[in-house]
Design a binder for this molecule. Structure first.
Ligand code: MTE
Length: 337
């Protein structure tokens, strides 16, 4: 994010009026109880993966994951009237600094990441700590397709069909103690398979770390994803397990998670450590609070090019204000950017 920035002000054509998002209102009561309601959301469109995303490169998921994905509740949450970003763009224009600093580096280099077997540690202020094989970790949860906007702090955006489950479901299972106020996520640290961790991109103190307030993590829109476009996550998109928090800038959505900790203090996150005045803990998408070096009022929706920049207005909380604004009613969003 500190490099190769294309400023939104470089784009000169606001050619799209943002279309309103349709989210089932039933689905989004912002209480933990709503998570239970989510599981009863009707399946609007059931179809086999192949029919749904015929253009998408087939995955190589282990059989247990392929079976889980085939049983996904398709289209559980969607975005109305906005085209999905083509798979090719979503998988070849990435930020994953563990594999290099250019947008094309993750697709080129992330093949070295070994995602099977994979385990996740749950620790800290939690009733049921432990290390879980990913297969066991996922067992209790119904996978759902969630079609969300993704807005990067660099002022580009996409619409991606994720497959995952609400973090709230995990938290309800593992039981945070009363001391737990935040949730901290950590990416794999493995310089052998992650060339960016052994290169001279010395700004980052590995592993990549992110965090949420506990009530943010409990929100039904916040998910842990294991797939996208009807298949498992490609490595460059954060296989085998990543966070997706659609109302926050993309850097919050940490990839290739190996550790989830319940903690009492606000965790120090990677981008805060690098430039706290530019990247705050909250990182809520907010068109009225500019980045110190560029405007956040507009965004380039990928695919975008010189002759069709595909620029649109950025929406408060990335279009999810009705669902999440109440989380921040007591917060000055200028100070807590
Ligand atoms: N997670 C890790 N571990 N390392 C990273 O460099 N980049 C973040 C986020 N998660 C990043 C990460 C940023 S800046 C963005 S915008 C999104 O991942 C990009 O997700 P995508 O490549 O799937 O679009």
């Amino acid at each position: 994010m500190l490099i190769k920035l294309r400023q939104s002000s470089e784009c000169n054509e606001a050619d799209v009026t943002p279309e309103s998002i349709y989210l089932s209102r039933r689905t989004f009561m912002s209480t933990a109880a709503a998570v239970m309601a989510l599981s009863s959301v009707p399946v609007w469109a059931q179809s086999a993966t192949g029919e749904r995303y015929a253009e998408v490169e087939p995955g190589k998921a282990p059989s247990w994951l392929a079976e889980r994905i085939a049983a996904t509740k398709w289209n559980a949450v969607t975005v109305k009237g906005e085209a999905l970003t083509p798979f090719q763009d979503a998988t070849h224009y990435n930020n994953f600094y563990e594999f290099g600093a250019d947008k094309s580096d993750p697709a080129a280099n992330a093949g070295s990441l070994k995602t099977e077997p994979w385990s996740v540690v749950i620790d800290g202020e939690v009733g049921k700590p432990g290390r879980y094989a990913l297969e066991d970790f996922l067992k209790p949860y119904q996978l759902e397709e969630r079609i969300y906007r993704l807005r990067c702090v660099e002022a580009w955006s996409m619409v991606i069909p994720w497959i995952g489950f609400p973090i709230a479901a995990l938290l309800n299972k593992v039981g945070p103690t009363s001391a737990a106020k935040y949730i901290r996520f950590e990416t794999l640290k493995d310089p052998q398979s992650m060339p960016g961790q052994r290169s001279n991109f010395g700004l980052i103190d590995w592993p990549y770390v992110e965090g949420l307030r506990l009530d943010e993590a409990m929100h039904p829109l916040a998910i842990l994803a294991v797939g996208m476009y009807g298949r498992e996550l490609p490595n460059q998109n954060g296989a085998p397990l990543r966070l997706v928090v659609p109302w926050k800038y993309g850097f919050k959505s940490i990839k290739s998670i190996v550790r989830i900790s319940l903690v009492s203090e606000q965790p120090q996150t990677t981008w805060q450590s690098i430039a706290a005045q530019e990247y705050g803990f909250y990182a809520n998408v907010n068109p009225t609070v500019d980045h110190p070096r560029w405007s956040q009022a507009r965004e380039r929706r990928l695919p975008s090019g010189l002759f069709s920049p595909n620029v649109r207005e950025t929406q408060m909380f990335n279009g999810y204000a009705d669902e999440v604004a109440n989380l921040y009613s007591d917060l000055d969003l200028r100070k807590n950017y």
